[in-house]
Design a protein around this ligand. Structure first.
Ligand code: WT7
Length: 631
């Protein structure tokens, strides 16, 4: 494998090369993988359509690169080490050889159940090794996986299944998370009442919960695996064949099925994994994300396995059985690279040092964060109390749509700066633009963050809706990919992400669309109209604040709040429940009827003395009323 960038000097040289001749830069990265046939052309692109193709006409299978390629030299090395929710339950290790066998067997199971190349397969599973195995088996047979986070509701699940017309659903009888068991099969059953495309449901036994199996449709994972052969020669895919769909929230109620393809995603996740974390042979790497999110796809499964690393997978939550669990796992497994989210860091900081102190964290070499801006306080706590001042922190900015880390320091190699994601990776060309789309040059400036040149792991489309893909990402600012984030660039050219500039709120690192929550609330018979905004929350980063207009004045506001949140839980998921619900008689609207969220954000933030110009409002008096009754 090629070597990591290992000095600031070298980063600068590589960066310059990647701009001067991107094709040559990426071609070199791609050459180290196994291909059935190499590409004819490295890159073709047109952001106006948008059309993108990387390593055109190349033939490969990503799982041969994750697994088969490592069998000769590291067949016995641990590929995945899984740690159970319950600390008393035995952990499970899969060597590269063993993982290869399991993936081949499950590939045969999928085939035996009618799956074929190009089919969409939905995975709604707990964080167990079988989830990673199922992901890889889909890729091995050339099916497109669509993993739905196991915290989503039946409605969210069925919407996602229907959007992609999935033919198979893979789930479990239940999932352990802390003290709770999530009844995944019951939820799946409810979802499958309205998913005509599902022909088979493969059920993993995990919690031994009592469930019902529908004959013909439902089959047990373990029974199918018993019959399965352990040889499976991987389907040969084209570079641009879709690898997976992953849903993310947008500014309308309907989630977007972000579609990634094979070769570019492979090249970029491996490259970024090795360089950002400065992975070296023998490291024990742990990313605490869930495979239901992009972080888990790229940096629990694909990136680490492509690099031949040992990746830890944890089933549970940071506070079970107590707030020392992460630190205990680090000690016990001698974790050297640890990657988590600011919301987890803040939550654990709040529990106090008595949960950290008992553990020996001296195996740690590199710390990482992802998902939202990390505030300076949390950064310093992480640095001092977890890294003991010895571990570089990588603050990695990226998105479901970017497939991999875009802006981040390289651990110990390029400088870090608290609350700054810092510099783009070699190969990435960010820029800041003003409202009109004009690029803002120079340093010490602020604007909307765009990327002006393609990179291999960028999303290719929104499943079934290329028009929306174009409108969301390529139409705001000509010839740029628009990220939806605001950012500033300091005197040294380092980026600090300031947060979303669209109608998306990042709650505990999860991307929530305001429209999606609003339409869930609007289902209540007494709810007339709603407006959701985010507000600063000490642990979650952002909390959800709902302004709600009722048809008739509620006689029990507290009870109504509960009912409204129950609808949100049912339609979107528990993570989207409102922290605050304020009943109002009207909303601040422009004459054209657009809700002025800017004003609501100020009120939610407790900054209602400084609302700016409200004279363009249809009815400015409503603002006063909202201010007075604000929570
Ligand atoms: C949004 C993308 C990237 C995987 C997890 C989230 C925010 C992400 C950072 C960071 C500041 C960040 C952005 C981005 N974000 N990482 N290091 N600093 N903000 O993926 O759900 O697609 O959300 O998360 O606002 O646009 P996602």
């Amino acid at each position: 494998m090629s070597k990591n960038i290992n000095s600031l000097e070298q980063y600068k040289i590589e960066y310059a090369k990647s701009i001067e001749n991107p094709e040559a830069f990426w071609e070199k990265k791609a050459e180290q993988f196994s291909w059935h046939k190499k590409w004819d052309k490295v890159l073709s692109w047109d952001f106006t359509k948008p059309e993108l193709s990387w390593f055109e006409a190349g033939k490969l299978n990503i799982t041969e690169n994750c697994l088969d390629r490592h069998l000769k030299n590291k067949g016995d090395q641990t590929a995945i080490k899984w740690i159970a929710n319950n600390p008393n339950e035995q952990s499970r290790c899969f060597s590269y050889k063993e993982l290869h066998v399991e993936v081949c067997r499950f590939s045969n199971v999928l085939k035996g159940n009618g799956a074929k190349k190009g089919d969409r397969i939905c995975l709604y599973m707990p964080m167990v090794p079988e989830l990673a195995i199922a992901v890889l088996a889909c890729a091995r047979i050339g099916a497109i996986h669509s993993v739905v986070f196991a915290g989503f509701s039946a409605k969210s699940l069925s919407d996602r299944i229907n959007d992609a017309d999935c033919t198979i659903l893979i789930t479990a009888d239940g999932g352990f998370r802390g003290e709770k068991i999530t009844p995944l099969k019951d939820i799946s059953d409810e979802a499958m009442d309205s998913t005509p495309s599902i022909k088979k449901c493969i059920v993993l036994e995990r919690t031994k919960s009592k469930i019902t199996m529908k004959s013909e449709r439902d089959v047990w994972w373990h029974k199918e695996m018993q019959k399965a052969n352990s040889n499976f020669s991987a389907e040969i895919m084209d570079s641009e064949d879709p690898l997976f769909i992953l849903y993310t929230s947008g500014s309308t109620g309907k989630p977007k099925g972000i579609q990634h393809t094979t070769a570019g995603y492979m090249v970029y996740t491996e490259y970024s994994f090795r360089n950002v974390f400065q992975y070296s042979e023998g490291d024990i790497y742990w990313c605490t994300a869930d495979i239901g999110w992009i972080t888990g796809h790229s940096y629990i499964v694909y990136g680490p396995l492509l690099a031949g690393a040992t990746t830890i997978m944890f089933e549970g939550v940071p506070t079970y059985p107590d707030a020392g669990r992460f630190w205990q796992i680090i000690e016990e497994n001698k974790v050297s690279i640890f990657y988590t989210a600011p919301t987890a860091i803040r939550a654990l900081e709040a529990k106090g040092m008595e949960f950290v102190n008992p553990y020996d964290l001296s195996s740690l070499k590199v710390l990482g964060t992802v998902g939202e801006p990390i505030n300076e306080d949390a950064w310093h706590w992480y640095d001092k109390e977890i890294g003991k001042g010895n571990c570089p922190i990588v603050d990695t900015w990226w998105q479901t749509e970017t497939g991999g880390i875009m802006i981040s320091n390289l651990a110990g190699v390029t400088p870090s700066k608290p609350s700054f994601a810092t510099l783009p990776l070699a190969g990435i060309q960010p820029c800041l633009v003003d409202e009109k789309g004009k690029e803002i040059e120079g340093n010490n400036v602020e604007g909307r963050l765009c990327i002006k040149f393609p990179w291999p792991s960028m999303a290719r489309t929104i499943y079934g809706n290329h028009k929306r893909f174009k409108a969301t990402y390529f139409s705001n600012f000509e010839n740029n990919y628009f990220t939806g984030d605001g950012a500033l660039r300091d005197e040294n050219g380092m980026y600090r992400i300031t947060g979303r500039v669209d109608d998306v709120i990042i709650v505990s690192g999860h991307n929530l669309g305001t429209a999606e929550i609003e339409s869930a609330m609007d289902e209540h018979y007494n709810v007339c109209e709603t407006a959701i905004v985010g507000y600063a929350h000490p642990i979650k980063g952002n909390g959800v604040y709902a302004f709600v207009i009722c048809h008739s004045k509620p006689n029990n506001e507290q009870a109504l709040r509960k009912e409204i949140n129950a609808l949100v839980q049912k339609n979107v998921g528990a993570i989207a429940k409102a922290d605050k619900i304020q009943f109002v008689s009207g909303l601040p609207k422009t004459r054209s009827g657009k809700i002025m969220r800017r004003i609501l954000r100020k009120i939610a933030a407790g900054e209602s003395d400084d609302l700016g110009d409200i004279s363009t409002l249809l009815d400015p008096s409503v603002v006063n009323e909202i201010k007075i009754s604000a929570q």
